[in-house]
Design a protein around this ligand. Structure first.
Ligand code: QV4
Ligand code: CA
Length: 512
């Protein structure tokens, strides 16, 4: 009996850590600032066929519209209510996207902004994405409705009303994050409104949430909200499925609030991952690939089954949030492909691939003057569609990292090796490494300055394989390098440090 209760509790507590992904898929992609219509098309024409498990979407809730600066991306992190119209589209387009993505086995995860509403300086009027009236001065948000009673100000003890000291946990949770009106989530009424918003999305068919700014909310309040969430829509998910929860907590060490306070109630973003991997790939601070041998918990990260990992995110790719200069992004494409390749090959964590747009990056004294710039837009501020070029890349300054051959093929690699242990680790003591995932996949990197020439144990069955980095298998032929694995499971690998991509990956499905 005791055992049964334990099992039930365990099952329950495990639920929100499970991404509810279908067909053995293993990675999701953040289509930052994409329109719903484009995401729907992308699910059908690309993500489904290429084995992506899901999409993190930008906040769908009604937000303030900021015109100075001109329609910054961050206006969507200032909700003024929970109507479902945003710069990405209206509610019908959102519903259509969720349906069409679900129908091709691609889940949708919503970025839920529930710590706050708009900034205190947001003014009053109908400058909002669905045109609802609000008044930031009197903290009146009639479309929810929230009134001044639903905000935390009385509990904040700083002179400015803002968070001034991250060493004071009460400030961090009860004061305003950069002036954003802070919701009183201990109130049953507020919890109810937030849960209603999330439940509406669950009922439409989303598979889970990226919960924004969790460091600024008390774990107990969050847990109470999560406890009110519906099970997923049984049109697409097994009955009893819980929404996947991954919480944004930036914990790089050195603050009293830790990621560990949140890992009991959902997964948590592991920000150390991208910051440290950036140092290794850039070879800063004496770091080298050989040190990745005990990557994961061995580096002080949270437990693998609690972690949501990524090389960069929409904040730290432009100097917001945290992580610092080491973060690698599409701007350093050669290093970036290696970093994402490593992430997708390594078993640690649940992986998220970033998909960005290009902006007029202009770094002056370490600060990007255009870090605010919104997605590719028309002159009225509306977001442009994502055009697909004949070579399958994207146009109009949409970067579409997830469509880069090396990254797309490593998403497939991760699916093929799913559940296999890391084995056959090898390194040269410097920046050449290789490892297998059981007998399903093998990857080699050369980030040294010289040529690599080594005979390595691959763990793979004998045969000729197609390297999915320099090319891929197309109608039985290989468009890139070929790797011959002998009867002893070994292969001779040569990688020039001058190669466009100095790494090679093969897997069971790339066998010729
Ligand atoms: C300004 C002044 C304040 C003043 C306020 C008065 O700077 O001093 O008090 O006006 O109203 C924008 C502006 C910011 C402005 C604020 C309020 O950049 O200058 O304050 O709006 O008007 C994004 C951006 C923020 C942006 C915010 C809201 O990064 O710059 O603020 O959206 O539009 C911490 C947190 C972590 C957070 C990270 C960025 O622990 O949770 O900072 N990350 C998430 C999101 C992120 C988002 C938020 C949280 C807030 O990933 O994208 O912030 O929802 O580390
Ligand atoms: Ca708060």
């Amino acid at each position: 009996m005791k055992l049964l209760i334990l099992a039930a509790l365990f099952g329950l507590s495990l639920a929100q850590f499970d991404a509810n992904i279908k067909n053995g898929r293993t990675a999701i992609v953040h289509l930052f600032e994409w329109r719903w219509a484009d995401i729907a098309a992308e699910c059908e024409r690309y993500l489904g066929p290429n084995g992506f498990g899901g999409v993190q979407i930008s906040p769908p809730s009604e937000s303030i519209i900021v015109t100075s600066p001109w329609h910054p991306w961050w206006q969507r992190y200032q909700p003024i209510g929970y109507n479902l119209c945003s710069r990405s589209g209206n509610e019908n387009e959102l519903r259509d996207m969720i349906t069409r993505c679900n129908n091709v086995g691609v889940n949708i995860y919503v970025d839920a902004v529930i710590n706050h509403m708009c900034g205190a300086g947001g003014g009053s009027g109908t400058h909002s994405s669905c045109g609802s009236y609000f008044d930031a001065n009197s903290k009146d948000f009639p479309s929810v409705p929230y009134s001044s009673l639903d905000f935390n100000d009385g509990k904040c003890n700083t002179g400015s009303g803002n968070i001034e000291n991250y060493n004071d946990i009460n400030q961090v949770r009860n004061c305003r994050l950069v002036g954003l009106l802070d919701l009183a989530l201990e109130k049953d009424y507020v919890r109810g409104k937030v849960a209603d918003y999330m439940n509406k999305l669950i009922d439409i068919g989303v598979a889970g949430f990226r919960v924004d700014a969790c460091k600024h909310m008390w774990p107990g309040d969050l847990s109470a909200v999560y406890g009110r969430l519906h099970n997923l829509n049984t049109q697409w998910f097994p009955s009893g499925s819980k929404p996947f929860i991954f919480q944004e907590v930036i914990d790089l060490g050195g603050e009293p609030i830790t990621a560990g306070e949140y890992t009991g109630i959902g997964r948590v973003t592991e920000f150390k991952y991208g910051a440290k991997l950036g140092n290794v790939i850039r070879r800063w601070n004496g770091e080298k690939l050989a040190y990745l041998k005990n990557w994961g918990e061995g580096w002080g990260f949270m437990a693998s089954d609690k972690a949501l990992v990524f090389v960069d995110n929409h904040d730290n790719q432009r100097g917001h949030g945290a992580g610092g200069a080491s973060i690698v992004t599409f701007w350093d494409s050669r290093l970036y492909k290696m970093a994402v390749g490593f992430m997708l090959a390594h078993p640690y964590g649940f992986t998220r691939v970033m998909s960005s747009y290009r902006w007029d990056r202009n770094i002056v004294n370490g600060v990007d003057q255009n870090d605010w710039q919104g997605p590719p837009s028309n002159s009225d501020g509306s977001t442009k569609p994502v055009p697909i070029n004949p070579d399958s890349t994207c146009g109009d300054n949409w970067v579409c990292e997830h469509r880069w051959r090396q990254i797309k093929n490593m998403v497939a690699f991760r699916n093929v090796v799913n559940g296999q242990p890391l084995s056959n680790w090898w390194d040269n003591g410097s920046n050449q490494i290789s490892f297998s995932r059981g007998s399903r996949g093998f990857i080699v990197f050369n980030n040294d300055d010289g040529e690599m020439n080594a005979t390595l144990t691959t763990g793979m069955a004998a045969g000729t394989y197609c390297d999915v980095i320099s090319g891929q298998k197309e109608s039985g032929r290989c468009t890139g390098k070929e790797v011959v694995v002998g009867g002893d499971g070994r292969a001779t690998i040569r990688i020039s440090n001058l190669d466009e991509d100095p790494f090679i990956a093969i897997h069971a499905d790339s066998k010729l």
